[in-house]
Write a protein that binds this ligand. Structure first.
Ligand code: HEM
Length: 509
């Protein structure tokens, strides 16, 4: 064996190689640290030194379910522009919000969306503006007011079933977790308006296997957004591990796709079969009709329709569950709000329709204030600075920089909202332009929520049905301000995952 100074040659080479690799890594880290801190185009943006050189702080807070709080604290400390990772700037500035979301500006969604969704072909996850523009033209009409009005009977039926089950359980004694009922209801509504049939969740009083699969996919997506490569490798390896739980997890995507394809194919058969009759109303009935029609300018394929239908269940179920949970919470939490709403509902003549509810001014204010403080999606939604770079506030940000504006901070800006942490529906009576422009509850501009009209209808109908059907309910002792504090894994939700109510004790109303 060859030797250098008495040391076996191969040992010496391996040791030297490891030593050189470690030294190389240290030198690389020192140089990139110096570059990020002093020479990077983002070096002037305020923030702690460690976020300029590593994403660890951000990742830690995301995994701990407190990203929005951590970023908010950074804004309180460093101001409206903060460097929260080597490549990402958090912004809390109305002028920048207007610019980033301006329809004439080509900021695009960042690759974070691809990581989170695994690159699913749905409108929510399309990061390229041209592809998104086409999809929105082809699909946006599905959510037009007239289409949503046509779906009202579906929404009302599920809301009624949900509320009657809550009432039944209240009468059975003991606290009732309304959030769980809203969760079953929201998925059933989305199932029926998207696939043409619900998941039977309210009827069976449990999550369907499909919704269990989707919950797992969403959870994996949250982790993949932070650790894309590790999750990809683990997902491939999982197929080889013969443990039932791992196999179940590994099969989620395939089962969801299979269900979605089958359900949409069934809807297509019905649409084609009932050409002259009225086919089942759904968001996709008209789109399916136009799939093979060459005169339709913007069309979707059946595969794209199936993906959009599945995306609706993800985009619209937890968001409606959470926002309606907080809506009911603030109503029960504030007796004067509940009393005012009850007298407003009492003015509705005959059948309660969404059209009549839309005319109730106080209900409008209560929902608006709920969306300011408690809308489900309040974290920064990452966008990419377009080619050529852009001036935002005092900083010139190069192309490719990720910029995020979080609703949580914008909605609590004391310069825009007086006593921003207080629930005050009346603040919206004379809303300023700044107040309206600061709201990001539905996202912004061309990427704003497609399901907004549907979700608003659900919120109005739930509030009216719950209050009028269970007027003598109150918050249970388990439901405290603390139990309703946010945890933040992409959406925000009560950290207890509950909203428990009970029949009012001792005549308290
Ligand atoms: C209270 C309930 C809801 C809230 C708070 C909410 C919020 C949002 C927000 C903030 C965005 C922008 C996301 C981003 O920029 O990354 C969004 C997008 C979207 N939402 Fe909703 N949403 C709700 C209900 C729904 C419902 C019921 C549906 C459909 C059934 C839906 C479908 C969508 C879709 C398809 C997008 C993507 C639009 C696009 O990129 O063009 N949402 N939503």
């Amino acid at each position: 064996m060859a030797r250098i100074d008495g040391i076996p040659f191969d040992v010496n080479v391996v040791t030297l190689a490891i030593f050189a690799a470690i030294c190389g890594f240290i030198v690389y880290r020192v140089l990139t640290t110096i570059h990020e801190l002093y020479f990077s185009p983002l070096a002037d943006v305020p923030g702690p030194w460690h976020t300029a050189v590593s994403r660890a702080w951000l990742t830690w807070n995301v995994m701990a379910g407190r990203r929005i709080f951590a970023v908010h604290e950074m804004h309180m400390k460093y101001g409206p522009f903060v460097r929260i990772s080597p490549t990402e700037i958090a912004i809390a500035d109305l002028d920048s919000l207007r610019r980033i979301y301006s329809p004439s500006e080509p900021y695009r969604k960042s690759d974070w969306y691809l990581n989170m969704t695994g690159g699913t072909d749905s409108i929510f996850a399309l990061v390229h503006n041209d592809a998104h523009r086409y999809r929105r033209k082809a699909y946006g009409n599905a959510f037009s007011n007239s289409n949503i009005t046509m779906l009202e009977p579906v929404v009302r039926r599920h809301v009624q079933t949900c509320v009657s089950k809550v009432k039944r359980d209240l009468e059975g004694g003991g606290p009732v977790n309304v959030m769980q009922w809203l969760h079953l209801m929201a998925a059933d509504i989305n199932g029926e308006v998207s696939y043409g049939k619900d998941f039977g969740q309210l009827e069976n009083e449990a999550d369907s296997p499909f919704v269990q699969d989707l919950t797992a996919i969403t959870m994996i997506g949250g982790i993949r957004a932070e650790f894309p490569t590790i999750v990809e490798v683990l997902q491939s390896a999982a197929r080889l591990i013969p443990l039932p739980a791992i196999q179940w997890l590994a099969g989620c995507h395939a089962r969801v796709n299979e269900y979605g394809n089958k359900a949409i194919a069934e809807l297509q058969r019905e649409v084609q079969h009932c050409k002259d009759d009225n086919p089942r109303p759904s968001l996709f009935t008209k789109l399916i009709d136009g799939v093979d029609d060459p005169t339709v300018k913007y069309r979707l394929t059946m595969q794209e329709i199936a993906h959009e239908a599945t995306n609706n269940i993800i985009a619209g179920s937890e968001t409606v569950t959470i926002t309606s949970t907080y809506l009911l919470w603030v109503i029960y939490r504030h007796p004067e709000v509940r009393a005012k709403l009850l007298s407003e509902f009492a003015t509705v003549d005959g059948e309660v329709t969404d059209e009549k509810l839309q005319g109730l001014e106080y209900l409008r204010l209560v929902i608006k204030e709920t969306l300011r403080l408690y809308a489900a999606a309040q974290m920064g939604l990452p966008r990419v600075v377009p080619a050529g770079g852009r001036q935002l506030g005092p900083y010139f940000l190069p192309a490719g920089t990720e910029v995020t504006i979080q609703g949580y901070t914008m909605h609590r800006d004391p310069d825009v909202f007086e006593e921003p942490f207080l629930f005050k529906p009346e603040r919206w009576v004379n809303a300023t332009r700044e107040m309206e422009a600061s709201i990001l509850s539905w996202g912004g501009a061309s990427r704003s929520c497609l399901g907004q009209n549907l979700a608003m209808m659900e919120l109005r109908l739930i509030a009216a049905a719950m209050l009028t059907t269970c007027p003598d309910a109150e918050l249970a002792a388990s439901c405290t301000d603390e139990s309703m504090e946010f945890e933040n894994y992409f959406v925000v939700m009560p950290k207890s995952h509950k909203l428990e109510i009970q029949v009012a004790q001792n005549g308290n109303r």
